[in-house]
Design a protein around this ligand. Sequence first.
Ligand SMILES: [Zn+2]
Length: 289
Amino acid sequence: MNKCRLCHEEKKLEESHIVPKFLGKWLRKNSATGYLRSNEAPNMRRQDLFKIHLLCKACEDLISDDESYFANTIFHPYMNRPEASYHFAYDERLIRFCAGLSWRVLVYLTEHLNDEDNIEIQKYKLKLENFLLKKIPNLDQYEQHIIPLELNSQSPLNIKHSNVNSYFFRSVDIDLLDLKDERIIYIKIPNFIIIANINYKYISKMRASRVALKKGIIAPKNYYLPIEMYNYLDDRLTFIKENINDEISDVQTQKILEDIKKDPDRLMKSDTLKAIKADHYSSLSKPSK
Ligand SMILES: [Zn+2]
């Protein structure tokens, strides 16, 4: 018996996924090899994404209802849309999904990976816990944001980095960004960026991506990325290119090639190949300096 991290009751704890399980499944199903490799340890095959004992069964069920809502109403329809355009109406379950995810990510990063703590982080966690348990009706300044990402979009990041499509389309990445004592939680899942505000001064500029409390629409909009976020992504893409892609050892490369040889059709149909093709194409169209 342990204390559930959400309701704080002494109960048997379930193994919780920090990043929703359906995303791990989706990545495996659409990958060239059928396995996942994480950004932190590319030489390790990972069946699932960051699992820890965190919640009791009742709290886990509460959170997985919101995850199913996001998976069925936004994520899968967005990934399977027949044309580039999209228009999805959502209800109050979307902000609950984002809140549940950003809360879990923050707990994981600050209590399981690093012992980072301060009054702002504590206030965020407490507010989100009460919101998720339906004790309070809103989140005040702790806004949740979602930005849909489009393959081959014409952003300066696409022009500068050859790995941007692989990163946006295929990877999962989480971080607590500290921008001179102002903090936001950054969550990259395939094709979406989710941002949660702790105490960032310019969050009000990001109106287009703000998730409404009751209902709203996910559609193409002028999504605004603050310069600090843009610089962060710029550094992150450079770091991944220099450190992570090259870190996959020869043995691992051999294993990946063997998996592909065993089932070449899988590679041809996979999203890994689509993302590599898109990256290759955008790197060809890069302006020469
Ligand atoms: Zn609980």
